[in-house]
Design a protein around this ligand. Structure first.
Ligand SMILES: Cc1cc2nc3c(=O)[nH]c(=O)nc-3n(C[C@H](O)[C@H](O)[C@H](O)COP(=O)(O)OP(=O)(O)OC[C@H]3O[C@@H](n4cnc5c(N)ncnc54)[C@H](O)[C@@H]3O)c2cc1C
Length: 523
């Protein structure tokens, strides 16, 4: 019997396959499409996910730069500028990468780890037994597995087959259009990369620009044709056939109030012409029904504004992987698998709050313009910009660890450099095998964790906050040169030493809570 069947070879299904394989489980990925899709979706990653990919050794497969990820000096929130230069410990990282490239890199890693991806396998039915799930495919074949994960996108068949509700709201008013375009060279401001449009003004690059009639985004990508996107909210709209450049040009003229001479893009296609009408904000009622779990878009859908989808979904996968592996290896304590939903459902709810708030801020009308003036004033304050940056990054998450200890408990471990006997090493290099880690600056706690050594690695060395020599300014040492940390495989801090004594007992309790009974105690 197969341990885990993952339905869907999208980015989130592939990421889960990597996490399970690193944890010693061999899942099988079943994908209905016979070849990777050519649909163009995400243009980039926004938030903590960029550093999370670094912590799995995947960042440098996507980026041609040996330096660790660096925070972004600015971004946008609801088409308002977000200046992050004065934000201390700015958590917001960005990575411009087409989703197809990300999926290629994930698929390569999946193949390296020996995971089978069975294409042309469309799931059409499933039945749960006491200790298995029987999966039916459209060609009449069946497979049995111990657990099944539906990573089959927003229209998830798995979610429907297990009867998990998907409440939320659907709207049919917003019409968004995106096209690869050619524009006269004289419209492009070479110093900023923005568009200088006579009769309107400047449309900056890679920023949402709102007018009282709609929204426009100009995206001058390198190595691929530039893109233009608009969003409008017409009272009624009917369309005959797919988007054309003439329709795109008319939309840009309505949004900006002036005509822009849009031409076909240069170079070979396929060139993007996409019209989407309406949108959904929906969250699965539950992430688990018996032996079936939901992941990524199958569990939550929302507006793509601000690009939060993959930050959410890929970190769902990293949260679920080690817990499901623990369940299959037999060491998972009671409730570990259910902590996936307990931890990630509220995160998804927070993302939908953020995308709905941003959608409200880009809507047409003079009242919204007035609201934007006020919110813009608030975002000018660094403390408010920091709050929103943490929201967009997902850096404001604090999981309940059942452990009263220090300020890092429940939080994602900061970037650290460990000064070990073998020299300095970035935390991101230590977390690549996706195992739990005890960072022990004094070398005294290793024996406490020794009975869990099949699940927890111990690293002895002084810790320093920062990403190492490439960091400017250099790393700080106030993050706890003498602080010991227990990190779960998803890099969240499960335990932190204190100065009150009793560290050994508290560490033992945390190890048992997250990694079950020690090896010597198990029958
Ligand atoms: C226009 C657009 C722009 C976006 N931009 C961004 C962005 O800039 N940044 C960002 O982070 N996110 C963005 N997103 C969101 C991001 O694309 C999604 O969150 C992401 O694709 C979800 O991945 P997934 O693996 O959960 O699902 P999907 O990518 O939908 O993959 C699901 C897979 O399951 C397969 N499948 C479905 N049903 C079955 C079945 N019955 N049997 C077997 N296989 C099945 C499908 O063929 C598919 O391959 C954007 C989305 C859209 C639509």
């Amino acid at each position: 019997m197969i341990d885990v069947i993952i339905v869907g070879a999208g980015p989130n299904g592939l990421m889960l396959a990597i996490e399970l394989a690193l944890a010693g489980i061999r899942p099988v990925v079943c994908e209905r499409l016979s070849a990777p899709t050519t649909e163009q979706r995400a243009n980039g990653l926004v938030g903590q996910v960029v550093r999370m990919l670094d912590r799995r050794g995947l960042y440098h497969r996507l980026v041609d730069d040996p330096a660790p990820p660096q925070p972004a000096p600015g971004f946008v929130f609801g088409a308002l500028p977000l200046d992050l230069r004065a934000v201390p410990d700015n958590p917001l990282h960005l990575l411009q990468v087409p989703q197809a490239h990300l999926e290629r890199v994930l698929a390569e890693r999946v193949a390296e780890l020996g995971v089978q991806v069975r294409r042309g396998h469309e799931v059409t039915g499933l039945t749960q037994g006491v200790d298995d799930v029987r999966v039916a495919f459209s060609d009449g074949t069946t497979l049995r597995c111990r657990y099944l994960v539906g990573a089959d996108g927003g229209h998830s068949v798995v979610r429907r087959l297990v009867g998990i509700g998907f409440p939320g709201v659907s709207t049919d008013r917003a019409v968004s259009r995106t096209a690869h375009v050619g524009l006269p060279a004289e419209l492009v401001d070479v110093s900023t990369g923005g568009l200088a449009i006579p009769g309107y003004g400047t449309v900056p690059p890679f920023r949402h620009t709102r007018t009282e009639r709609g929204l426009i985004v100009w995206a001058p990508f390198t190595g691929r044709p530039p893109g233009l996107s608009t969003i409008e909210w017409p009272d009624s709209a009917q369309f005959d056939g797919p988007l054309t450049l003439a329709e795109m040009r008319a939309s840009v003229a309505r949004v900006l109030g002036v005509d822009v001479p849009i031409a076909p893009p240069a170079g070979d296609g396929p060139h993007l012409l996409r019209r989407l009408v309406g949108g959904n904000t929906r969250l699965a009622e539950r992430y688990r029904a018996g032996r079936v779990l939901l992941l990524g878009d199958a569990a939550h859908v929302h507006s793509a504004i601000g690009g939060p989808g993959l930050n959410l979904g890929l970190q769902d996968a990293v949260n679920l992987g080690w817990k499901l592996a623990g369940q299959l290896h037999g060491w998972a304590p009671d409730g570990l698998l259910d902590s996936y939903e307990a931890e990630r459902h509220p995160v998804a709810r927070r993302v939908t709050m953020s995308t709905q708030a941003q959608s409200a801020l880009i809507a047409p009308g003079s009242e919204v313009t007035a609201l934007r003036v006020l919110v813009g004033e608030l975002l000018d304050r660094p403390e408010n910009a920091a709050h929103v940056a943490a929201l967009l990054a997902g850096a404001d998450i604090r999981y309940e660890m059942g452990e009263p200890g220090g300020s890092l408990v429940g939080r994602w471990a900061p970037d650290l450099v460990l000064h070990t006997d073998a020299g300095p090493v970035r935390l991101a290099e230590l977390t690549r095998p996706a195992r739990a880690l005890l960072l022990d600056p004094t070398g005294t706690l290793g024996p406490v964790a020794a009975p869990w050594r099949d699940r927890v690695d111990v690293v002895t060395g002084r810790t320093e906050v920062g990403t190492g020599p490439a960091d400017a300014p250099p790393g700080r040492t106030d993050g706890g040169t003498s602080t010991a940390l227990l990190l779960r495989p998803d890099c969240y801090v499960a335990w932190q030493s204190t100065t009150d004594g009793g560290d050994g007992d508290r560490l033992r309790a945390a190890l048992t809570r997250w990694f079950g009974q020690p090896r010597t105690d198990r029958s």
